[in-house]
Structures are given as C-alpha cells and as structure tokens.
Design a protein around this ligand. Structure first.
Ligand SMILES: [Zn+2]
Ligand SMILES: [Zn+2]
Length: 385
C-alpha cells in the first residue's frame, strides 16, 4: 500500500469527526427576536467589523430586527450596536448555547457549534455550523427519541450520516447544507440530558455510510412506519429511484403507528376532486369508488389511474398520515382507514426498532431495508466540503 494512502486511512477517523456541516435552524419560523444564553463555556461574538464581545457563561445576548432591517444587539440588557450579520464562535466543541424565543415562536433549544446569523426579509437567518457527529446527536434524538437501544441508534446514525452527505446541496442557494425540519432531517439541537445509547451509536459507527454495489453512496430515505408495505419512490415523488422496489414489511404491522383513522366531511372530498381534478362526481360509478377505495397493495392513484389523482395529493390536502388508506362512508363523512405514518420509502423506523428488539443486528436491519447495499467507511471523495 502506498505510504501516503496508509497514513490517510489511519487518520481517516480524525478527518471524519472533524467535518463540519451548515444547518439552517429555526427554518421557516420567521424569527424576529431571539435571546441566546451561554450555558456551558464561553463564546465570542463577531460582526463584519470584527470582534464585538465575549459571551461568557451565564450571559445573554439579545437580537431584534429593527425597522431598518438591521440586527439590534444587546448584551445582558446593554445596547452594543446594530449589524447586518453576526458570528458566534464557541471556544470548545463541548460548549452549549441556549436559544430562547421572547415572543414564544419556539420552545427553548440547546445547541453546540458556531452560528452565522443574518437577516433576510425582516427575519433572522440562523445557520449552525457544527461537527457532523454532534449534528447527528441532535438528529437521532429528534428523529427517534432518546429512549432506544444503542443498536437502533447505529442504524439511524448510518442512514442519517449518509443522508446528510447525499443532500449537502439541498439548501446551498440559501447558504447552508440542510434545514432542520423533516424536509431534510429533523434537528432540534441538543436534547436535554445525556443518552449514552445515542453517543455509543454514533461513536461505534463513526464515518460509516451506506454504499450501493458500485460503491456510490446509497440514496437513503426513511419514514416512521411503512404500514406493512414500503412505497416506491415515484408513488411519493416524481422521480423514480430504481434501487427502491416496494417490499412487504412484517416487522411494523403491530407497532404504535401501524394504523390510523380520519373522518373527513364527504362534501369536502367531493368538492376537492371536482375542483382540482374535474372529476365527474355525479357519475354513480365514481361516487361509489370514492367511498369504497381499497388498497390491498399500495397504489399510486386514488379511485383509478385514469383520473390521474395521485394519492400523495390527497394525503397532502387532507393532512393524512400516509397514502396507504382505504375509504368507507360513515353518515355524511368519509372514513379514511390508513396504515403507516410518513412517505413509506426506504427504512421503516418502527419496523427497524422492532427488529432490534428481536435481536437482529444493525447490519441485518440495514440489509433488510436497503437490499444490495453495504456499510462502508467514507471514501476520500465523499468528504464534506
Ligand atoms: Zn430542508
Ligand atoms: Zn414498515
């Protein structure tokens, strides 16, 4: 082996751990006012003009957008100045900042890492620059809770790490890699308390990602519960990803989110179909289908493919948990009886949790949901830029 390559491989875990990711936090929340308290360690605040102040442990910096769309900055109640942007630099990786919302736009959150804060259209743009594994701690807690076993967090760490690498350009036009919502991966900052299972899950899979048989990163997706059968990608989005074929999942059908019901006034459903898809709702055949729709296997369209009504549109419009539902009439309402929660593509979190409970390993879980893939370390070209 070439000596340089050998040295690189030895140093790999260090490089991987030291990679940073830029996450747009409080994304879409239109924050105009924010207080940030240093609760662990000290932090430095800079503006475009240079150093502004230290933010020592216990101190609070308050940011407000003023009428001139500048950020008004004060420290412990004392006015410091106005600026278009500011940069908060944490002196230690383990330091935390606590973010509070004076106008109750969000619940208190704790974050590690550095922050770039600017304004756009009268709202704060808040970008958290953080080590990828510290980011994953927040993602695992937000996406899976803090009470699971280490083995499950190994699964989630590998897919969330792969997902982060695959989607690094998703918000690049907005100046960051990923947002903190389910549009990318939920990331509500650092969770309260410590979960050794989360930390162990991340540390023991450090740098590991999912590759396809050609050694390319696998396009991972996951959702809460597939309802017993996974979706194909073109049922949910417009694109078709060949690696995803619908599969039966027997591990999730008796879990918490396996079944759901929702009643919707029949007139609302009928008028939606009529106005949006010009369906002849007075036709006896169609009227019958609307209230007798069945999916023994996952379908792509409501009623019949001929009418071109994607189930994903019905789900979105009526706020349903999944597209995997049947219908029946109850009085003047339509009862939607559904299975699963989420888009249903890829790994099913509740199924995976159940597999872990049944003593399957994280490797077996990943193989079950992503057939044809392998777990591998980062390669040089996958390193986050
Ligand atoms: Zn996003
Ligand atoms: Zn499932």
């Amino acid at each position: 082996m070439n000596r340089l390559v050998f040295i690189f491989l030895i140093l790999m875990p260090f490089f991987v751990g030291a990679q940073k990711i830029r996450v747009g936090v409080f994304y879409g929340k239109e924050i105009k006012s924010l207080t940030i308290r240093s609760i662990n360690g000290n932090c430095q605040v800079h503006t475009a003009k240079g150093f502004l102040t230290d933010l020592n442990e216990g101190s609070i910096i308050t940011l407000n957008i003023n009428s001139a769309k500048k950020i008004h900055i004060s420290l412990d109640g004392k006015f410091l100045g106005v600026s278009d942007s500011l940069f908060l630099h944490q002196l230690e990786f383990a330091d935390y900042l606590s973010f509070l919302s004076p106008d109750s736009r969000f619940k208190k959150r704790k974050y590690q890492g550095d922050f770039n804060i600017s304004q756009s259209k009268g709202a704060l743009v808040i970008i958290n620059e953080i080590l990828i594994d510290d980011y994953l701690e927040g993602v695992l807690a937000s996406e899976a809770g803090t009470r699971l076993e280490t083995e499950y967090y190994k699964v989630q760490a590998i897919i969330s790490r792969t997902y982060a690498l695959n989607n690094s350009n998703k918000h690049i036009n907005e100046g960051f890699n990923l947002c903190d919502g389910v549009h990318c991966q939920a990331y509500l900052g650092r969770y309260e308390g410590e979960s050794n299972a989360i930390l162990n899950g991340i540390d023991s899979t450090k740098g590991k990602i999912l590759l396809d048989s050609n050694n390319n990163r696998f396009p991972v997706f996951f959702s809460a519960n597939c309802g017993g059968q996974s979706s194909e990608t073109d049922q949910i989005w417009s694109a078709n990803i060949a690696a995803y074929l619908s599969r039966v999942d027997t591990f999730c059908i008796h879990t918490r989110q396996a079944n759901w019901e929702k009643y919707i006034p029949k007139k609302d459903v009928v008028s939606f179909l009529k106005e949006k898809y010009f369906v002849d709702v007075n036709s006896p055949m169609i009227a019958h289908e609307i209230i007798n729709f069945k999916q023994d296997n996952r379908k792509t369209f409501f009623i019949h493919p001929y009418y071109g009504i994607p189930l994903r549109d019905i789900r979105k419009h009526f706020g349903l948990k999944s597209t995997y539902f049947d219908t029946e009439q109850v009085g003047d309402k339509i009862l939607f009886k559904g299975k699963g929660f989420g888009h249903g593509v890829g790994l099913c979190q509740e199924g995976a949790m159940n597999m872990i409970k049944k003593n399957f390993s994280y490797e077996q879980v990943l193989k079950y949901y992503f057939s044809g893939t392998k777990i591998s370390d980062y390669r040089i070209d996958t390193i986050y830029k």
